[in-house]
Design a protein around this ligand. Structure first.
Ligand code: HEM
Length: 516
């Protein structure tokens, strides 16, 4: 009995030790090393997949690759792992549910360290400064606070329609001017005078430079970071001079309007409320130097986050209306039935116009303005359904692919607002993808939705959007071709606007001319 017991306990101990070892091994190595990298195209030594990445509309190539490699694809560019996610479920499982490790941004040497674009919080690493900036913005653009900006959004939407009605060729510059005016006004309390106003042109130049500074594969220093310390007189150091010039533009574009806002608070010239003015006033002179700096960068992120995205969506809406007169008629009929023709719609009418809301959602699905979203960065090794995701990977959600999945959206290339059956829950699924993920999701979403509704409903209530006519009087059908950047725009297209009635023209003419 004793012997048996001894033998038994030895056996039990050995078994227990074995199980423990396997458990420890699994904890430390198993889940990681036993998991495999996600599938992806064959990688070359050193280059990885650099030569396979297209320069144009990468989301379409990634979407094509999904047929071969599936929902999660591992791509390597000079040793930098990139995880492309082609499924809404996977994107949510990782970026929403595991957001504590998926909320960093990639580190860009040229655009970030040298030019300074990692100060505004769109590119800020996930940490204290990001948190502070996000808090400033979240409180000023919350669903409770934004109705105070409705009159401004509605007025600018009406000015947009009135001016494009007078000159249809001005569609692109007018859209930029009116949306830029809204953003600068709510951020600094400054009302843009015209398209040459430096408070508009400086941030626009800064945004253009950002595209150049962050263009993948353009700057050697992004691959060899030590080059940033080379003396500026050395041959090949021209990028340092460029970075210095661009840095000054970022600085002036961010600090000049802030200082204007602060210096004019007492004179009453600063239009209230606005993000910077309200924050300065509520601090009652106690805003620390550090907080002031974070407020300046938070404010400058608003322009970067809010201008091109809204502009792209508004232009896609005009394009969709030229191409789909049947949809336009149906949306106009809804407005006529609910609002009538004696007044213009306001943002407060949103609830009662579900088909108009569906048109906006369909524009966002049909041509998502940020097709690959903004990349996140993974801060520690992770494993998802047997796939190993290395620390430092760039995470690219292919939102375009998710919104063109024929299982979720039959005939995805067609423009069909009726597919949502006026259901807000269905529409929300689209917005949830278009405006990003987890802790980095767009803090301007509610404000953006207000601006879009103001523009779309004003257009539909007052004008017919029609194709331009050629010399023979034949309608020109525009080609819906798009640019390739992080934020994609329709290429210039001609159109015509025709007032729906004399009454509509009169209502548009009544727009207040004084800044709001
Ligand atoms: C149609 C309009 C808009 C679209 C489609 C859009 C989309 C996005 C997307 C996809 C992101 C990245 C989310 C992620 O990383 O997961 C983002 C971030 C951001 N957006 Fe928007 N946005 C729009 C309008 C706005 C507006 C009006 C503002 C400002 C009021 C704004 C401010 C920002 C900021 C500051 C960030 C950075 C957030 C962070 O890194 O924590 N956006 N937006």
């Amino acid at each position: 009995m004793m012997g048996l017991l001894n033998t038994d306990s030895l056996l039990v101990q050995t078994l227990f030790a074995g199980v423990l070892l396997v458990f420890i091994a699994k904890q430390f190595f198993g889940s990681r090393k036993m998991a495999k990298l996600a599938p992806g195209p064959t990688r070359w030594p050193f280059l990885g997949n650099a030569l396979q990445l297209p320069q144009q509309q990468m989301w379409l190539t990634f979407s094509d690759w999904a047929k071969t490699y599936g929902d999660v694809i591992h791509v390597d560019v000079f040793g930098q792992p990139i995880i492309v996610i082609n499924s809404a479920k996977v994107a949510k499982d990782l970026l929403d549910k595991r957001s504590s490790i998926y909320s960093d941004r990639p580190h860009l040497v040229m655009a970030g360290d040298l030019v300074g674009y990692n100060d505004p919080f769109v590119l800020q690493p996930y940490g204290e400064k990001w948190r502070k900036q996000r808090k400033f913005v979240a409180s000023d653009f919350s669903p409770i606070t934004i109705p105070r900006y409705y009159p401004l959004q509605e007025t600018e939407a009406r000015k947009l329609v009135r001016n494009v009605l007078a000159n249809p060729d001005s569609l692109f510059p007018q859209t930029k001017l009116r949306i830029g005016t809204i953003i600068i006004r709510v951020t600094y309390g400054y009302y843009i005078k015209d398209e040459n106003d430096p408070f508009l042109t400086l941030p626009l130049t800064a945004m253009d430079n950002f595209s150049k500074a962050s263009a993948p594969g353009t700057w050697l220093v992004d691959f060899v970071p030590k080059l940033k310390n080379m003396p500026s007189w050395m041959p090949g150091a021209g990028f340092l001079e460029t970075a210095k010039k661009w840095r000054k533009i970022v600085w002036d574009a961010s600090w000049d309007p802030y200082n204007w806002c602060k210096n004019n608070l007492d004179t009453g010239e600063t239009l209230m409320p606005n993000l910077c003015g309200t924050t300065i006033q509520s601090a009652e002179g106690k805003l620390s130097k550090e907080d002031e700096e974070q407020l300046v960068w938070a404010a400058s992120a608003i322009m970067g986050g809010g201008l091109d995205t809204n502009m792209s969506t508004s232009l896609s809406f005009f394009l969709a209306m030229v191409l789909h007169p049947d949809v336009q008629k149906k949306a106009q009929a809804e407005i006529d039935a609910v609002i009538g023709r004696d007044r213009l719609p306001s943002i407060a009418d949103r609830e009662s116009l579900p088909y108009v809301r569906s048109v906006i959602t369909e524009v966002l699905r049909w041509k998502p303005p940020v097709p690959l979203s903004v990349p996140h960065s993974l801060t520690q090794d992770d494993v998802y359904e047997g796939i190993f995701l290395p620390k430092g990977s760039l995470i690219m959600p292919n939102v375009w692919h998710m919104l063109h999945d024929p299982e979720a959206y039959p005939e995805p290339a067609s423009f069909k607002p009726g597919r949502y059956n006026n259901s807000d829950a269905e529409m929300r699924k689209v917005h949830d993808l278009v405006f990003g993920f987890g802790r980095r999701s767009c803090p301007g979403v509610h404000f953006a939705e207000g601006t879009l509704f103001a523009i779309v409903s004003t257009v539909l209530a007052t004008v017919d959007v029609l194709p331009a006519l050629d010399a023979q009087g034949k309608a020109i059908k525009p080609d819906p071709t798009y640019s390739s950047g992080t934020i994609t725009f329709p290429d210039a297209f001609p159109l015509r606007l025709k007032a729906r009635s004399k009454q509509a023209e009169t209502l548009l003419a009544q727009v207040p001319s004084a800044p709001q």
